[in-house]
Design a protein around this ligand. Structure first.
Ligand SMILES: *Cc1c(COP(=O)(O)O)cnc(C)c1O
Length: 653
């Protein structure tokens, strides 16, 4: 649901206090979506406490920006807080451990991180390392991911779960994993995969570990609800599950059947679907036991949601439960059914990806310009023999000096503007007259907008006025690269200024990127009362850079970006917290983003051939005497330097 956002300052009509960071917190909801990692500091800058186990470690975002600038690293930049990643891994595992102990559940938790959520090497390495004390493993969903996981999940105590569609090579790679002493479980997504696996296992003489994915009748609620139900793309029906188990027994491989798997969708918004799925899965597991197929593991898939909009609701971008509640429902839900059915408690596996990675990275960039809805100045005085429509619009504008009816004035202005446009097309109104009418129209709208502040109830048509009069702030980044889901599936991600939050933001704006695509914009924001199409930001100053942060981009957004307009990957900065440092952090690594050469090579160009061609043209003009030789050499150098440079704009002051 979108809500209408009043003009900044509107509330102050009744409540005239100075703006404080509490007002900023109310507006931007940092604590509501920040997962305990972000907070607005007294100085108006965003602060980060990246490690839940060490609340004294506190980083000022402005200090991070300053250091990035000092290092000469160009924005936009992806900033990764590795401590947040580690903290999330520890939190999920520790929550399962504690709940299992508290419930008297008889088997452990052995989770896996699904690498598709963020396959970046540094992310996977960090998760594996932080997860080692918990035997936390990895999940792969494709051949490339499996090849990665076989090389990185070297802990023989941890699980490797293999999902997704598989060919013979994939099966052989999984068996190679078994040969290397790994607990690789091949999850059968469709029946024919089972035959392929058994054949290869027998030929190679390697014992596989097998899982069966159930096509659940429970559907998750949210954007990914088609992952469950009859039309789900993956999984076996109940009949197929029973047939598969019988087939394995016939083949003398009944003992290889280890795991029952289900996944009813990502970002489950309603805890009830989790409860339902656990209930259904536990029943299948118990019945299989009764039928003589003693599975050891139940894998509940992913789906643990993130509260992107901070509303703790069943909104698509939220969830109505916490991590602790989710874990309790898995553990207690499984225990209840198993105890009732008198079967052993299975080892619990989950494949939470979003919940592990979303908070750890964000995109930081400069806002470097403003597109105002009505910025043009144009003289609108009456001319001799001007068209009646121009005079009408002027009289309407003049009438705003006295008493007037908002809705009626709005309607009249809209009508005059339309009529003028039609008259212009018919050569009845001149170009100059059209300019006057448009200028007057926007003057009227601006005036009407002021009047809206005092209304108790705002008519629907006039609500649009705020959006059409709002500014667009130009951001140096690409929506298609940095938050693809915003464009593709209307994913809401929090956006906030990183400084000046102790000042009242007075400009209602939406954000536009630097691609040549009108879809390259953000116009859904997390605000005080819900999702709005504009967000209050601060007035830009000529001599001060203004940075915004796009948050919770660590899951999926980080790795799904595309090459629209050849912008490519962002510069990346890895931050580690450090107590001994005066600023509590250091930049551990800088990973350069795409250069122009990189992105052009992907599109099959040869950068050296491009430079050659430009050089040839310049040489021709040097020979003809149009360009001086020295100047020509400088231009060629400049062209080559740009080829090697960053794809994004240089907007620093
Ligand atoms: C995508 C996916 C996941 C990860 O889901 P999250 O909601 O990000 O935790 C886990 N398991 C399977 C099978 C998936 O396809």
């Amino acid at each position: 649901m979108r809500v209408f956002l009043r003009q900044p300052g509107a509330n102050n009509m009744t409540d005239k206090h100075d703006w404080t960071i509490d007002d900023a917190e109310r507006l931007y909801g940092v604590k509501r979506w920040g997962g305990g990692y972000f907070e607005i500091g007294e100085n108006g800058n965003l602060h980060i406490t990246p490690d839940h186990s060490n609340p004294a470690m506190r980083i000022d975002f402005k200090a991070v920006i300053d250091e990035i600038k000092e290092e000469g690293i160009q924005f936009p930049v992806v900033i990764r807080f590795h401590d947040i990643l580690r903290s999330q891994v520890a939190e999920l595992n520790q929550t399962f451990r504690n709940t299992i102990a508290e419930a008297g559940y008889d088997s452990p938790y052995m989770g896996v991180y699904p690498v598709k959520v963020n396959q970046m090497r540094e992310v996977v390495e960090e998760i594996v390392e932080a997860g080692a004390p918990f035997n936390y493993g990895l999940e792969a969903g494709s051949k490339a991911e499996l090849l990665t996981v076989l090389a990185y999940n070297t802990n023989e105590g941890a699980l490797t779960i293999l999902n997704g569609y598989k060919d013979e090579e994939v099966m052989q790679l999984a068996l190679l994993g078994r040969k290397m002493g790994r607990k690789v479980i091949v999850v059968v997504e469709k029946y024919s995969e089972l035959l392929l696996l058994v054949k290869n296992a027998k030929q190679l003489g390697i014992e596989p570990m097998i899982g069966l994915r159930s096509k659940m009748t429970v559907k998750g609620r949210g954007k990914w609800e088609s992952s469950g139900g009859d039309r789900a793309k993956f999984g076996l029906t109940i009949a197929e599950i029973i047939n598969a188990a019988r087939y394995l027994k016939e083949q003398g491989m009944g003992h290889c059947l280890k795991l029952l798997h289900f996944h009813i969708g990502s970002q489950l918004t309603d805890i009830r679907s989790v409860k339902d799925a656990i209930g259904e899965g536990a029943r299948i597991y118990a019945e299989m036991h009764h039928m003589g197929f003693p599975l050891e593991y139940v894998d509940v898939g992913g789906g643990l949601g993130i509260d992107y909009d901070g509303s703790k609701s069943t909104n698509e971008s939220s969830r109505n439960y916490s991590m602790a509640e989710y874990v309790a429902d898995v553990v207690y839900g499984m225990k209840e059914v198993c105890d009732l059915e008198n079967v052993p408690h299975p080892t619990l596996v989950s494949e939470s990806g979003r919940a592990i990675t979303a908070h750890h990275s964000c995109v930081v960039t400069q806002i470097f310009g403003e597109i105002k809805a009505n910025s043009s100045e144009f003289a609108t005085e009456a001319a001799e023999e001007e068209h009646i429509l121009v005079s009408n619009m002027r009289s309407l504008a003049d009438s705003l000096q006295g008493e007037y009816d908002l809705q009626e004035t709005f309607n009249d202005a809209a009508q005059y503007k339309e009529q003028t446009l039609a008259a212009f097309k018919l050569s009845v109104v001149t170009l100059e007259e059209l300019a006057k009418v448009e200028t007057l129209y926007w003057e009227i709208m601006t005036e009407l907008q002021k009047g809206l502040r005092n209304l108790e109830f705002i008519p629907e048509e006039l609500q649009e006025l705020d959006y059409s009069l709002s500014s667009q702030y130009l951001c140096n980044f690409s929506v298609f690269q940095s938050c693809a889901d915003t464009w593709a599936i209307d994913q809401v991600l929090p956006v906030i200024p990183l400084t000046r939050m102790n000042e009242e933001p007075t400009v209602n704006c939406s954000l536009v990127d630097i691609t040549c695509d009108s879809d390259g914009k953000i116009d859904q924001f997390v605000c005080e009362h819900g999702i709005t199409d504009v967000i209050p930001m601060h007035k830009l100053k000529k001599d001060e850079e203004y940075y915004m942060g796009l948050f919770l981009t660590g899951a999926y957004q980080d790795v799904m970006g595309d090459m629209h307009n050849l912008f490519g990957r962002l510069n990346e900065v890895h931050i580690y917290g450090h107590d001994d440092d005066p600023q509590d952090f250091y930049i551990e690594e800088f990973v350069p983003g795409s250069s122009v050469e990189n992105v052009l090579s992907i599109m099959q160009y040869h950068p050296s051939a491009l430079a050659q061609s430009v050089k040839k043209s310049i040489d021709k003009h040097i020979a003809a005497g149009d360009i001086k030789p020295r100047e020509g050499v400088k231009w060629i150098d400049f062209y080559e330097k740009c080829l090697q440079g960053y794809t994004y704009l240089k907007t620093s002051l």
